[in-house]
Design a protein around this ligand. Structure first.
Ligand code: UDP
Ligand code: MG
Length: 323
């Protein structure tokens, strides 16, 4: 069988301290995989410079001049981790049969790559790297990360638990991925929607090799909000449910107020005020929910996601998801 061309895609934002070591270790892995005839000798490491303000891009350029297995693209400004990854994946898919994305800081275990490739050759189109534990994380990161996954699940977003963006994706899965044109990107939510054959590989996540995390709390919160608002209209449904609930309560309160009035236990104007407050609030909330439902529809339409993804096509005798 023809050996697949593998591209590593590495987004980098101010990672000058990490890139030389990351390149060294990835090259060792590439060489051994080429030697064992697992992958093609045309395989490469593709760095994506995400608008770094330090020497990151110069280092990448130097490395690529001296070594044909290193290549890169540079984004005009800091577009954010997810957009940098998309830029890398869509560039790599032009040249590669299979792509593995990982962080520049060596937190993802390079040795898990062998198992990922085994699964790829067994017919998987997406292999998720899932961390087996979070022992190396700070208490804060551990708690916020668990909360993030649980909350997303509750909001109806289908993601793989404890999977970040360490992932193998075949060219055919990337072609399907290219059909998702949305600007607000949350890759972990999109890949499960592709419907390709997937599997997971467990790995131990290490500490950052050098430098600080580029995900401060502010970016983490934005990321979580992006995850929810790009995938779920559950918050709109919650407003609608609340509207229905308050409206029903207002009807009960109306009956209660009228009964109290008929029994003569009220001061003048109380019944009118009490009923008005509840009824108006109920009607308003209900109306917001109904308007929200339409906004939800517009939101889904504007994403212009593919309505379906064909995995096999007998008319052309083609298995779309086969390497
Ligand atoms: N990154 C990026 N653009 C950004 C932030 C991060 O390309 O705006 C890259 C970063 O260089 C790293 C990867 O995304 O290779 C993951 O970031 P980081 O390691 O800081 O996140 P953490 O592992 O702490 O969640
Ligand atoms: Mg990291």
């Amino acid at each position: 069988m023809k050996k697949a061309i593998l591209y590593f895609v590495i987004p980098c934002f101010n990672e000058e301290e990490n890139i030389p070591e990351t390149t060294k270790r990835l090259k060792l892995k590439l060489d051994s995989l080429i030697e064992s005839k697992t992958i093609s000798s045309r395989s490469k490491i593709l760095f994506v410079n995400d608008g770094s303000c330090d020497n990151t891009w110069n280092i990448i350029k130097d490395l690529s001049e001296n070594d044909k297995t290193v290549t890169g693209i540079s984004l005009a400004r800091n577009a954010g981790h997810q957009s940098a990854l998309v830029a890398g994946l869509l560039t790599a898919k032009k040249y590669a049969d299979v792509v593995i994305s990982m962080d520049a800081d060596l937190q993802d275990d390079i040795n898990a790559v062998d198992e990922m490739l085994d699964k790829f050759y067994d017919g998987c189109d997406i292999v998720y790297g899932v961390r087996s534990n979070r022992k190396k994380d700070s208490f804060f990161k551990k708690c916020t990360a668990q909360l993030f996954y649980k909350f997303l699940k509750f909001m109806g977003v289908d993601i793989v638990y404890n999977h970040a963006d360490f992932r193998l994706t075949s060219k055919s899965a990337l072609d399907r991925f290219g059909d998702f044109k949305e600007v607000n990107l949350f890759l972990r939510g999109i890949f499960p929607l592709i419907g390709a054959k997937t599997d997971v590989v467990y790995y131990k996540r290490e500490k950052r090799f050098a430098g600080k995390s580029k995900y401060p709390l502010r970016k983490m919160i934005n990321f979580a909000l992006d995850g929810i608002t790009s995938f779920s209209i559950k918050p709109i449904r919650l407003v609608l449910s609340l509207g229905v609930f308050i409206f029903v309560v207002s009807l009960i309160i109306m009956i209660y107020c009228l009964v109290v009035k008929l029994l003569g236990h009220t001061v003048t104007g109380w019944t009118f005020l009490a009923i008005s407050i509840w009824l108006v609030a109920g009607v308003q909330m209900l109306s917001l929910g109904i308007i929200g439902e339409y906004i939800g529809k517009i939101y889904k339409e504007t994403k212009a996601r593919p309505r379906y993804i064909i995995s096999e096509d007998l008319t052309e005798n083609k298995n779309i998801f086969k390497y």
